[in-house]
Unconditional design. Sequence first.
Length: 406
Amino acid sequence: MRIPFSPPRMDEKIINEVVDTLKSGWITTGPKTKLFEKKITDFCGHKASLCTSSGSAGLELMLRWFGVKEGDEVIIPAYTYAATANVVVHCGAKPVMADIDDSFNINPQELSKLINPKTKVIIPVDIAGKPCNYDEINKLVRKKEIQTHFVAENKNQEKLNRILILSDAAHSLGAKYKQKRTGTLTDITVFSFHAVKNLTTAEGGAICLNLPDTFDNEEVYKELNIKSLHGQTKDAFSKTKAGNWQYDIIEAGYKYNMTDIAASMGLVELDRYENDMLIKRKHIFHRYAEKLKNHKWAIIPEYKNEIFESSYHVFTLRIKDFEEEERNILIQKMQEKEISVNVHFIPLPLMSFYASLGFRIEDYPNAYAMFKNEISLPVYYDLNDKQIDFLLTHLIDSVEEILEKC
Ligand SMILES: *Cc1c(COP(=O)(O)O)cnc(C)c1O
């Protein structure tokens, strides 16, 4: 029984919507992208959304919008996918890594000692779909002793007058924190719609604007729309309207727009996201948790309590007492049965590029402790109970076999 890790759900409905776009005469950014943006805004409840070509593009566009540059610092967790850090490097700024807590997310307690007058942005990451502790993070950057040290160097920084919280919610569309959805939990939230994410457009992303009232979020949307399209004052779709050929370039912008082909997949996916996709994912989490909870070696990720509910993106199981070696043997044993599992994530200090910048894993002991015995189990729409049970039987047998040898 071959079990892949996270194949996309591509059915007739998606195919028909994509074909509709292909036949419509408009395939790049146009009516479907604009409709998808509106539906994302309605679903999450923030102020405005801009769709982008990827989550990474969305994160980078926001750092550029906030004027992050050489000499600035951006705080990120040591435990995340490289995209979170790479976009900081692209801007010429310095990524500063914080250790994580026992939920895999950035530890708010670590932040205050890393903040200094160079700090412009914090990028918390909702690992595996669990929202970070946004109350603490939002409160921290508004603390008087921290806010007074913020050095505003441009118009947007002056308007915010504190550190920007840019949430990397690549995993957490639809997750809730204190009854509110991701998108509304902080200043800016960025989703990813990459092929392995909960909601996919093959490649894509969305920026959710939820800036405080010193900003006109609609105006920021317009500004970003131009910035994401080479600084051109009219997009290609508006230019097709009769007599509308003239345009200006007001800055050296980027090419980060979403296509209508991608948006058509997103429209179908979002339509059935909450009442179909999330329910299925929750069922899978629940089945894993129920069948593993009696094994005392299983450290089961928390996915719902009175404060938050996950988006059920990846099931981050940990095996008590396993070191990296045992975990790697376990992965190998699963692969021998054609069951795909994964590790989310290899901490950034273990990546040669970030090691070359001087980051050392010894400085992030909890990131290492969470990584060394983590194994991500597959969660996707078409995964059925029979496959889950087959996977679990093999997982339990393999873990017990390895533990006997220890
Ligand atoms: C997938 C991912 C991203 C980047 O998303 P893309 O759409 O692939 O650019 C960013 N951060 C995290 C944590 C991710 O897992």
